[in-house]
Design a protein around this ligand. Structure first.
Ligand code: FES
Length: 165
């Protein structure tokens, strides 16, 4: 039977200090590595363009698309669900409207009210908007639906920030 190997005081200190040094180096390197590779894994931040739909999917009928953005508020990071009503107008331009009612912030639906089949309808207080998102006088909303900044790259629709009108 072999005797257990004894560790000298010098070896013990060497192992301990090497381990501690490695641990501290890893602690310092982690934020640098994260900074370098973070953009690859991160969902789009507020204000950035996000790929939302294949342009082939778009028709003259508004369709709702959803995506997520990362919002940073001080030290607090959270994911925020976004959505848009998107269609092609008569000039074949892509229109992307915010679904957030400008009255009190409910979500508007396309053609959900039988009486107004070609309008956006807000179920909260019967707010209505024309297809291009303009509020209909005499209904509660006093401003049009915001539009999203948009661009098309390699057949994909990208949406950015909402712009109030
Ligand atoms: S919140 Fe849309 S009409 Fe009031």
């Amino acid at each position: 039977m072999s005797e257990p190997k004894k560790v000298s005081r010098r070896q013990f200190l060497n192992y301990t200090l090497t381990g501690l040094g490695g641990f501290m180096a890893a602690g310092m390197m982690a934020p640098m590595v994260r900074f370098a590779i973070d953009p690859v894994f991160k969902p789009s931040a507020a204000g950035e363009f996000t790929s939302v739909a294949d342009v082939e999917e778009l028709t003259n009928e508004p369709q709702r698309f959803e995506w997520e953005i990362e919002q940073v508020d001080g030290w607090y990071e959270s994911k925020v669900q976004k959505s848009a009503w998107v269609y092609r107008n008569e000039d074949d331009e892509i229109v992307a409207l915010s679904p957030v009612c400008t009255h009190l912030g409910c979500t508007v639906d396309w053609a959900s009210n039988e009486e107004y089949p070609n309008q956006f309808f807000c179920p909260c207080h019967a707010g209505r908007y024309t297809k291009d998102g303009v509020n209909i006088p005499g209904t509660p909303p006093t401003a049009p639906l915001p539009v999203y900044e948009s661009k098309v790259e390699e057949g994909m629709l990208y949406l950015g920030q909402e712009i109030a009108r």
